[in-house]
Write a protein that binds this ligand. Structure first.
Ligand SMILES: [Zn+2]
Length: 120
């Protein structure tokens, strides 16, 4: 039985660097010369913000039947969701998966989303 991904929301400390809960890899901003660079570890399912995915793993693609789709086709999928990419990534079904959603305060309303799961 695989339940919904467990969510953690960062609203006050939204800028806190997110690390993988399973191995400690800092997935965003680990490179001081390029803080936008992402570092996906083997547990990383996805890294996204409201406009696009930065990273999608094989397991994530498989869980949401995205294999073989182009970035453009994936974008069409999440744009159809009422909650956009945030609601779309909530649909991933993998055992003990964890999602961190970091929301910058209004008026920005900018979200960043990180998904992780233990290796099979
Ligand atoms: Zn990891």
């Amino acid at each position: 039985m695989t339940s919904a991904i467990q969510r953690t929301e960062l609203k006050t400390h939204y800028y806190t660097p997110v690390h993988c809960p399973f191995c400690g890899t800092r997935v965003m901003g680990a490179d001081p010369s390029d803080e936008t660079r992402i570092t996906a570890c083997s547990h990383t399912l996805f890294i996204a913000h409201d406009m696009a995915f930065e990273y999608r793993s094989e397991r994530f693609n498989k869980s949401l039947n995205l294999n073989g789709l182009s970035d453009r086709e994936v974008e069409e999928r999440f744009l159809r969701e009422d909650g956009g990419i945030d609601a779309f990534t909530d649909q991933v079904r993998l055992a003990d998966a964890i999602k961190v959603a970091a929301y910058a305060p209004a008026p920005s309303a900018y979200g960043s989303y990180y998904g992780f799961a233990p290796n099979e």
